[in-house]
Design a binder for this molecule. Structure first.
Ligand code: AHG
Ligand code: MN
Ligand code: MN
Length: 337
């Protein structure tokens, strides 16, 4: 058993070194941790508490919402809105930004989150997670607007995810490396189990939804074809493939043993006027921050994701992230094409 540093202690000690820290940020992170513990509890109980299945509604992206999507969204809000540290929030499951109710004080941080990522996996009991990102509000005088959220990923103050897998984990960056914590269900605390996580630069494992293969752009097709050609192909080695359909689980695998994850834009999306599958503000940016802080790279194919100027709350982008050498190779193929 680990009897190490709790996440609360870790965050507080890290903030002690931050110039001018008031403790607000530490408190906000703690509320997010509580939200993830609550969501973890619901996810763990699944069918026992009637939490599985569809909610019978759609989100702004036209996706059917699961009961747990809606519940997780409510729990995240409930744990973070009251404290006076948050100015407004944006989530995959809410069309518009969420303003802090009048009875609570407003704070200087903006929160974006995907309350339950990979929720198509929920009913089949495969790992899902929560992704979050924290931004600082430029102007705290007036009410927050959508425009306040449209900041490049490089402006993130912190980001991370909770993974509800065989064990529940929390992986976090405040721009000073990446640390992983495992929930000890008996004491209800996340304990530091994966200090200073780093992504190996080389890998022989890739992740992509190959059913979209016929719609891919040439550089992605080339990369995957070369991996599939294995030892006899231009790469001169065999590759392995994984597709979990939970970005959180894929990113966690990559942080643990390396790899590359791709959800590129394809012809089918372009036809629908979409820029990709994954959402910039609460999926691509936070995951890019974590991956870069662990020594990996994250691009759209053409550019670094965190340098993009967001244009909308629910904007979708192509995502290619993971082991640096592979991401750079993909960038090279895109530059050529
Ligand atoms: P969400 O469940 O929050 O809508 O996100 C699911 C995302 C991502 O986690 C995963 O990588 C991808 O969608 C899976 O897409 P496919 O079903 O097309 O494979
Ligand atoms: Mn998601
Ligand atoms: Mn989701």
């Amino acid at each position: 058993m680990h009897h190490g540093t709790t996440i609360t202690q870790f965050i507080a000690e890290e903030q002690r070194h931050a110039p001018g820290a008031t403790g607000e940020f530490t408190a906000l992170l703690n509320d997010i941790v509580t939200a993830c513990k609550m969501i973890s509890n619901q996810v763990n109980h699944g069918a026992l508490v009637g939490a599985l299945g569809s909610a019978g509604s759609e989100n702004i992206q036209g996706e059917t919402q699961k009961k747990l999507d809606v519940l997780s969204n409510q729990m995240f809000i409930q744990c973070t809105e009251w404290s006076g540290h948050v100015g407004a929030m944006a989530s995959e499951e809410m069309d518009e930004i969420y303003e802090i109710p009048k009875e609570y004080p407003r704070g200087k941080y903006l929160l974006t989150f995907d309350p339950l990522d990979g929720s198509s996996n929920i009913d089949v009991n495969v790992s899902v997670g929560t992704i979050f990102s924290i931004l600082r509000m430029a102007d705290t005088d007036g009410d927050a607007t959508e425009r306040d959220f449209l900041k490049a990923g490089t402006e993130q103050v912190a980001a991370g995810y909770a993974l509800y897998g065989p064990s529940t984990m929390m992986v976090l960056t405040t721009g000073n490396g990446v640390n992983g914590f495992t929930l000890d269900q008996n004491i209800g605390e996340f304990i530091l189990t994966h200090p200073n996580m780093t992504i190996p630069t080389e890998t022989a494992e890739f992740a992509i939804n190959a059913s979209n293969g016929r719609f891919w752009e040439a550089p992605v097709k080339r990369y995957v074809d070369e991996c599939l050609a294995g030892k006899e192909g231009p790469r001169g080695k065999d590759f392995n493939m994984r597709w979990i359909a939970s970005m959180v689980a894929e990113v966690h695998r990559i942080l643990t043993r390396g790899g590359v994850f791709m959800y590129p834009v394809d012809a089918k999306m372009v036809e629908k006027g979409l820029g990709g599958k994954l959402r910039l503000l609460y999926e691509a940016n936070p995951m890019s921050f974590v991956v870069e802080q662990a020594g990996g790279a994250s691009i759209t194919g053409k550019e670094r994701i965190m340098e993009m100027q967001p244009e909308g709350l629910h904007q979708r982008v192509p995502v290619i992230l993971g082991s640096r050498d592979e991401v750079e190779r993909l960038q090279g193929y895109h530059n050529e094409g």
